[in-house]
Design a protein around this ligand. Structure first.
Ligand code: ADP
Ligand code: MN
Ligand code: MN
Ligand code: MN
Length: 339
């Protein structure tokens, strides 16, 4: 007998990478082997030397196929064993290892938008829906578009054993959010990429597509972000570390370094309107959804907990964003003796 393994990887498409996957049939009980693919079809190689290597790094029960079948998250390597330049997970491995003693945790809020044809799901043909106001966490067929897809995606994530922690309808018709975490940097990132794959795959069966486009509709509509909630052991135990982490993200050249790596089109989303702070002015504050970084009110009450970086775009790469946050905050906390 056999089982099916769906090998999933991140390609080399610029400016925003795409997910790719293909199926391998394996003998029952066989371990997941290293595999390969044609990098010239994924913007990861030239045609004359096109072989690239897939190395399994985590696997999950496949909720679509069921049985013993699995989803396999992979890293991409060149044939000489060096991580391919599109392999952003390799750099996160090193930083996560370096700061492992700080026990970083992340919870990521993934916003996204369903499309049918060229319009967001729920946008009327040749016009616009009623303005923002009633859609966020709404109920009823006049406000909610795509709920069956969202419910199926949630079930699939749970059946796959992903650390999904919630869902909600967002401020624009057809726009939704799911949250992954809190988990370690590598886990939250692997789980988020697989949850994204499951989102596209689940929606496929309903004849709709999902996009992580940070500005899916022009005009007076919120963009789509990926608020990244972060804590270390010291932050979960005391407020001094919370403030130091929030401060560290605003020091020297850090704001720009982070913004540049928070997803293509981040300047178009972080305008200062629509619950965002301007991309070129770093700020943090308690309860402030108009700041770059928010300290939730409960965290101030408890004097411990986590911070929320509200800047990352929906289309960000979690391997990159979590690496930068662990590095920037981790270095500062170490220097301040808050570990
Ligand atoms: P919002 O009010 O911003 O919409 P959400 O409830 O959507 O907040 O998301 C909050 C996220 O914060 C969740 O993913 C949750 O897992 C995460 N979170 C909670 N506690 C921690 C923590 N100590 N460290 C990191 N993330 C956390
Ligand atoms: Mn949220
Ligand atoms: Mn949201
Ligand atoms: Mn949030």
């Amino acid at each position: 007998m056999t089982y099916k393994a769906e090998y999933i990887w991140i390609d080399g498409t610029l400016p925003t990478a795409k997910l790719r996957s293909k199926t391998r049939i394996l003998a029952d009980g066989a371990e997941l082997p290293i595999w390969g693919f044609d990098g010239s079809s994924t913007n990861q190689a030239e045609g004359h030397a096109s072989d690239r290597v897939l190395k399994p790094v985590s696997s999950f029960p496949d909720p679509i196929r069921g049985g013993d079948d699995v989803l396999v998250m992979c890293e991409v390597f060149d044939i000489d064993g060096t991580p391919h330049e599109s392999n952003t997970r390799a750099a996160l491995r090193e930083v996560a290892e370096k700061f492992a003693a700080q026990e970083s945790l992340f919870g990521i809020e993934q916003e996204y938008t369903f499309f049918q044809g060229s319009r967001p799901l729920g946008f009327p043909e040749g016009g616009y829906p009623a303005p923002q106001g009633g859609y966020y966490c709404g109920v009823g067929a006049d406000e909610i578009f795509g709920r069956p897809v969202v419910e199926k995606h949630l079930e699939n994530c749970l059946a796959a054993g992903l650390g999904i922690s919630g869902i909600n309808a967002e401020v624009m018709p057809g726009q939704w959010e799911f949250q992954v975490g809190p988990l370690s940097p590598l886990e939250v990132s692997d789980h988020l990429w697989v949850a994204r794959w499951l989102l596209y795959r689940t929606a496929e069966d309903f004849g709709v597509s999902a996009t992580l486009d940070p500005k899916p509709a022009k005009g007076d509509w919120n963009g789509a972000g990926a608020h990244t909630n972060f804590s270390t052991k010291a932050m979960r135990e005391g407020y001094e570390a919370i403030v130091e982490a929030a401060e560290s993200l605003g020091r020297d050249d850090k704001p720009l370094e982070h913004i540049k790596n928070y997803g293509i089109g981040v300047e178009a989303r972080l305008t200062g309107a629509h619950e965002t702070a301007p991309w070129n002015e770093y700020s943090y504050g308690v309860s402030n959804r108009g700041a770059s970084v928010r300290i939730p009110w409960q965290v101030e009450v408890d004097q411990k907990g986590y911070i929320e970086d509200r800047r990352p775009n929906a289309n960000m790469d979690p391997y990159v964003v979590t690496r930068l946050m662990v590095d920037t905050c981790g270095t500062a906390l170490e220097k301040a003796g808050l570990v």
